[in-house]
Design a protein around this ligand. Structure first.
Ligand code: NAG
Ligand code: NAG
Ligand code: NAG
Ligand code: NAG
Ligand code: NAG
Ligand code: NAG
Ligand code: NAG
Ligand code: NAG
Length: 348
C-alpha cells in the first residue's frame, strides 16, 4: 500500500503522503514514527513463541473462542495491514497508592519520574503514586489480515518508570495481569516476564454490565481467581460538560497508555518492551463514543485469594476516578526497551 501511494505521488507530481491516503487520516509525523519503529528488531521470535503452545491446546481454544459483539470493528486493520492492530475497550481507573507502597512494589533499581507525573497530573499529591488499573477487552485483533480471538484482561500499570535511567523516557511496569484462558494471550504475557494470572470474568467478554436495579447507570465487573472473588469493580458515570472526562485530563490517559510496558524486574529475565501505540482520534473514541469519566469502587482481595503476589494485602478504593474509553491500537512486540528511548507520543 505504501509503495502504491508513493508511486501515484511520483506519477502525478503532486505533494502527497500516505498519511492523507489512509483512513482515518494519520499525520505524517505519526506515520514516520510507526515506520521507524516497525523495523526495530524483536527480541523474541514470535513464530517460535506461537509454536510453543501445544497444538491441541491452541485448536481447542480456537474452536470455542467467542468474540464480543458489543465493540465496533477494527478501523485500522487495513491501514496497517502488516502490523498487529486491534481495539481496546476499557476502563482506566487511577488508584492513588501511597508513594512508599508503590516504591516497594516497583523494582528498586528503577526510578520514578515524579516530575513527569506532575507535568501531566498537576495537583496530584506528592505523597501518592498513580497506579492505573485497566479492565479491558481486546477486540478485532489482526496481523497480516489474520484475526485472533478477543480476550478479557485486567492490567496493573505502574507508569512513569525511569527504566533507562535517563530521567525522561517514560515506561510502565506491569508485574502481572489477569487474563482469560487464552493460550495466545498467556504465552504473549509470559514472554514479557509478566505473571499471567488466569481468571474468569463476570460478565465475560465485556467488562461492563449494568448493576441490577441501579438508577445511576452504574456498571460492574468481577474477577474470579480459582473460582473465588478476587476483584470487584463498580463504575458510575460522571456526567459533565461535553468532552469532559472526569477528574484527570485526557492527556494523562493518552500519555500513560502510550508508555511501553515491561515486566522483567531483574537480571534473570529478558528485558523486553511492548509498545502499543494507541489512537484517540478514530470514531471509536469520538462523537457518541467519546471518553466518559467514571467514579469507581474497586476491591481487591489479599493475595492468596487474588493471586496477585505484588499486592499481598489487597486494596479497597471508593470514589477512585477514571475514564471509560475505547481506542484503536497498533502493537510492536518484544522490542529492546533501549530502542524506545525518548518515546514521547506525538499525539494525533
Ligand atoms: C505488506 O507486506 C507485503 C508482503 O510482505 C508487501 O508486499 C506490502 O507492501 C506490505 N504493505 C505495507 C503497507 O507495508
Ligand atoms: C469509522 O470510520 C471508518 C473510516 O475511518 C468508517 O469506514 C466507518 O464507517 C466509521 N464507523 C462508524 C460507526 O462511523
Ligand atoms: C523464527 O523462527 C522460525 C522457525 O524456526 C524461522 O523460520 C524464522 O526465520 C525465525 N525468524 C527470525 C526473525 O529469526
Ligand atoms: C456474536 O455474534 C455471533 C454471530 O451471531 C454469535 O455466534 C456469537 O455467539 C456472539 N458472541 C457473543 C459473545 O454473544
Ligand atoms: C465498548 O463496550 C461497551 C460495553 O459493551 C459498549 O457499549 C461500547 O459501544 C463499546 N465501545 C465501542 C467503541 O465499541
Ligand atoms: C525475576 O523477575 C521475574 C519477573 O519479572 C520473576 O518471575 C523471577 O522469579 C525473578 N527472579 C529472581 C531470581 O528474582
Ligand atoms: C466484592 O463485593 C462484595 C459485596 O459488596 C464484598 O463483600 C467483597 O468483599 C468484595 N471484594 C472482593 C475482592 O470480592
Ligand atoms: C508523558 O509526559 C511526560 C511529561 O510531559 C513526557 O516527558 C513523556 O514523554 C510523555 N510520555 C509519552 C509516552 O508521551
Amino acid at each position: 500500500m505504501q509503495i502504491f501511494v508513493s508511486f501515484s505521488c511520483l506519477l502525478l507530481s503532486i505533494s502527497c503522503s500516505w498519511a492523507t491516503a489512509v483512513e482515518p487520516p494519520f499525520p505524517q509525523s505519526i506515520v514516520e514514527m510507526i515506520n521507524e519503529r516497525s523495523v526495530l528488531p524483536s527480541l523474541i521470535n514470535t513464530t517460535l513463541l506461537l509454536a510453543s503452545i501445544p497444538p491441541a491446546t491452541l485448536d481447542a481454544f480456537l474452536a470455542t473462542a467467542q468474540n464480543t459483539n458489543n465493540t465496533l470493528p477494527n478501523p485500522i486493520a487495513t491501514t496497517f495491514f502488516n502490523l498487529t492492530t486491534g481495539i481496546i475497550n476499557e476502563t482506566l481507573t487511577v488508584l492513588p497508592l501511597d508513594y512508599a507502597t508503590a516504591r516497594r512494589i516497583i523494582p528498586s533499581q528503577y526510578g520514578i519520574l515524579t516530575k513527569s507525573i506532575h507535568a501531566v497530573l498537576p495537583g496530584f499529591p506528592a505523597d501518592q503514586y498513580p497506579l492505573v488499573l485497566s479492565t479491558q477487552i481486546d477486540h478485532g485483533l489482526s496481523t497480516y489480515g489474520f484475526a485472533t480471538p478477543d480476550f478479557t484482561s485486567v492490567h496493573f500499570r505502574f507508569p512513569f518508570i525511569d527504566l533507562l535511567g535517563d530521567g525522561y523516557s517514560t515506561f510502565s511496569y506491569e508485574p502481572g495481569i489477569y487474563v482469560s484462558n487464552d493460550p495466545i494471550a498467556i504465552a504473549g504475557t509470559l514472554a514479557y516476564a509478566e505473571e499471567a494470572i488466569v481468571a474468569t470474568f463476570n460478565p465475560p467478554l465485556d467488562p461492563y454490565a449494568a448493576v441490577p436495579g441501579s438508577r445511576n447507570g452504574e456498571l460492574y465487573f468481577d474477577v474470579l481467581f480459582k473460582g473465588n472473588p478476587a476483584l470487584n469493580a463498580t463504575f458510575r458515570p460522571q456526567w459533565g460538560i461535553y468532552g469532559e472526562v472526569g477528574d484527570y485530563p485526557l492527556d494523562f490517559y493518552t500519555n500513560l497508555t502510550n508508555q511501553p510496558t515491561f515486566g522483567c524486574a531483574n537480571s534473570s529475565c529478558l528485558l523486553t518492551c511492548d509498545n502499543q501505540i494507541r489512537f484517540y482520534h478514530t470514531n471509536l473514541t469520538t462523537g457518541k463514543y467519546a471518553p466518559q469519566g467514571v467514579s469507581a469502587s474497586i476491591s481487591i482481595a489479599p493475595s492468596p485469594n487474588s493471586g496477585l503476589s505484588f499486592l499481598p494485602n489487597g486494596v479497597e478504593f471508593v470514589g477512585a476516578k477514571g475514564v471509560k474509553v475505547a481506542q484503536a491500537f497498533l502493537e510492536l512486540n518484544y522490542l529492546d526497551c533501549k530502542d524506545l528511548k525518548g518515546n514521547t507520543y506525538l499525539g494525533v
